[in-house]
Design a protein around this ligand. Sequence first.
Ligand code: SF4
Ligand code: SF4
Length: 166
Amino acid sequence: MDLKKFRITAARKQKSLAAFLTKLDDIVPDDMPELVAKVDATVWKDVNCMECANCCKTMTPTFTKADVKRISAHLDMKPKEFMDKWLVKEEGSGDWINTTQPCQFLAGNICSIYEVRPADCAEFPHHNKKPFDLYNDTFTNNLIHCPATLTLVDRLKKVVEKEYVW
Ligand code: SF4
Ligand code: SF4
């Protein structure tokens, strides 16, 4: 994965893809879930997370209480010790997030706590959330972070604009 090339492409397409997602808020094709699933399957043939890890490098997951309990136990730490060492409360949302990026658990392109990673990481990039259009703000934000999301939205835009009354 050439992340430099990804960043250039994302910067070039961000505005039009964000506008597409905004419009999608109002005009959702009836068969949206099937369409997203079909296009998403094509994305994962071309994008390999093991060659990317850009989410772990540039974003932070949110840590729920259950995440903190599970991960700290895995690391043989007390939850408070874990939180004091690595987390900070995000202003506004009150979510617990990483203090720094890249994530402290990233080793090369591999998650060193993969089997106990936060639920937010396990669900990322959230392409199978339903209904898809309810998460447009998330996808808009992730266009510049995640090559898979950029590819999905780009391909969806092409299909929707060609095959639907738009
Ligand atoms: S916990 Fe693992 S999957 Fe989640 S951001 Fe950190 S390295 Fe990535
Ligand atoms: S989810 Fe997106 S940003 Fe994260 S590793 Fe996979 S392609 Fe890269």
